[in-house]
Write a protein that binds this ligand. Structure first.
Ligand code: GDD
Ligand code: MN
Length: 428
């Protein structure tokens, strides 16, 4: 194969990889503009239990409690359960201290597991104490906009809708190249998840904020290779019910600016997703997953086929082409590399995202194949630092929806609040 043939093959492989992704993005872009075929009841106010799982979250737990206290919802209809799994950094003590110093407007239960097993295990333990008709799960490192429940819960009034998840915004979006790159990913993610929700159901949930109907939710899957949120999506899809991404239900979290930390989070999440898509593919093959096939197949293409094409065809061909080109003209190949590295900032961000996403997916894939490398959970500290720095500076650029509006405030006063109740339980 000479340089010219390698070039043609390269163009073909790029088209093979990029083509289906662009086609799906276009399909989703059109789908996201469709009206919701959902019965939304803005006055729907079911009883809610908000569960916050914590493992060594001392850095953020006070901020989280403060944030939950700002939630707009009838005070007699919401309870919070903090479920800690043997944190060694005093997370639970900080919780208790914060609650005695501050007036927490909702009922709150503190649970503590003697040993740490997993987030899902902790959530299932908390479910035993939950009285809500709706279970909201929210991570300690996510900041919710105060009106998130008012915006999201009305969608659950539809009997077909079983669960909803929210939209992530990045607090430190401009802090570094990685955060800017992640913002590009989030923009694409937004279109895909919203489009999928309009067609039937989003294929991916976020554990930072997700709400489930209690009556159909059995237990969160405890398989260490899967995640609570996306595991629940699979179970709901199996029942033929819908899971929606609600664009106006906004929460914030931070992206680690350290490349290693960033890769660690992305690889763990990618491994969980691949495992989940594999489970869904099996269900689809068995004919027990009654959802439009296109959205699941497209996600499987993105999470499995894409990285394989990238590493098995695109990278070797690109290298081969560059070597062949250098043989003909070193100047030409140098110029080509220069042109790519000097591309516009947005193109550079996009190329970096494209390459990194494929690297993440392939590493996740390999790790999933090797059982000893399968990943449990590990804390990524650097992103928590960001939340704290921003909090102490009080510089989190919340949109106006971050403030409780006057009408919401009035409705809260009218409904009145129950005195704070702190129940503490230790698992036997
Ligand atoms: N009680 C308890 N026990 N909590 C835990 C445990 C545990 O063993 N392990 C983790 N947590 C808590 C953390 O303290 C945090 O509040 C939350 O679970 C999520 O952990 P993160 O470290 O912030 O996870 P992430 O941001 O990388 O991943 C999130 O998003 C994924 C994709 O949506 C999580 O929500 C994942 O569950 C989710 O799959
Ligand atoms: Mn997190």
């Amino acid at each position: 194969m000479d340089a010219f043939e390698a070039f043609i093959a390269l163009v073909f492989v790029i088209a093979l990889q990029v083509g289906p992704n662009i086609a799906y993005l276009q399909y989703m872009k059109r789908a996201m503009r469709r009206p919701w075929n959902v019965k939304i009841d803005p006055n729907y106010r079911p009883r809610i239990t908000v569960i916050v799982p914590t493992y060594n979250e001392a850095k953020v737990i006070e901020m989280k409690l403060q944030n939950l206290n700002s939630l707009a919802y009838p005070e007699d209809k919401l309870e919070v359960i903090v479920v800690d799994s043997a944190s060694t950094d005093g997370t639970l003590d900080l919780c208790r201290q914060w609650l005695t110093r501050n007036n927490f407007k909702f009922k709150i239960i503190l649970l503590s597991e003697p040993i740490r097993i997993s987030k899902s295990h902790a959530l299932n333990y908390a479910l035993k104490y939950a009285n809500g008709e709706i279970i909201v799960v929210t991570d300690a490192d996510a900041i919710l906009t105060p009106d998130i429940l008012i915006k999201a819960i009305p969608y659950l009034a539809d009997p077909e809708v079983e669960a909803i998840s929210g939209r992530e915004r990045i607090v430190n979006a401009n802090a570094c190249f990685i955060a800017k790159m992640e913002s590009v990913y989030r923009d694409i993610y937004y279109m895909l998840r919203l489009g999928e929700s309009k067609v039937h159901s989003t294929q991916i949930f976020q554990g930072e904020f997700a709400a489930y109907k209690r009556n159909l939710l059995e237990l969160f899957v405890e398989d260490p290779g899967r995640s609570d949120d996306n595991g629940a999506v699979t179970e709901i899809l199996r029942k033929g019910k819908r899971c929606l991404f609600i664009p106006e239900a906004i929460f914030y979290d931070a992206v680690p600016c350290n490349l290693i930390d960033y890769l660690r989070v992305k690889i763990r999440r990618a491994a969980h997703l691949q495992r989940e898509f594999f489970v869904r593919l099996k269900l689809l093959a068995k004919g027990v997953l009654n959802i439009p096939k296109s959205i699941l197949i497209a996600n499987i293409y993105q999470h499995f086929v894409n990285p394989l094409i990238f590493f098995m065809l695109l990278v070797p061909l690109a290298l081969y082409f560059l070597i062949e080109l250098s043989k003909i003209s070193l100047t030409l190949s140098t110029l080509l590399i220069l042109a790519i590295t000097m591309a516009s900032i947005s193109a550079r961000r996009f190329i970096a995202l494209y390459v990194i996403s494929n690297i993440v997916l392939i590493i996740a894939f390999i790790r999933t194949l090797v059982p000893s490398k399968r990943q449990g959970w590990e804390a990524i500290r650097s992103s928590r630092e960001y939340l704290n720095i921003l909090r102490s500076l009080e510089k989190i650029k919340h949109p106006t929806s971050m403030r409780t509006t006057n009408t919401q405030r009035k409705s809260l006063i009218k409904l009145g609040g129950k005195p704070k109740v702190i129940v503490e339980a230790k698992q036997q």
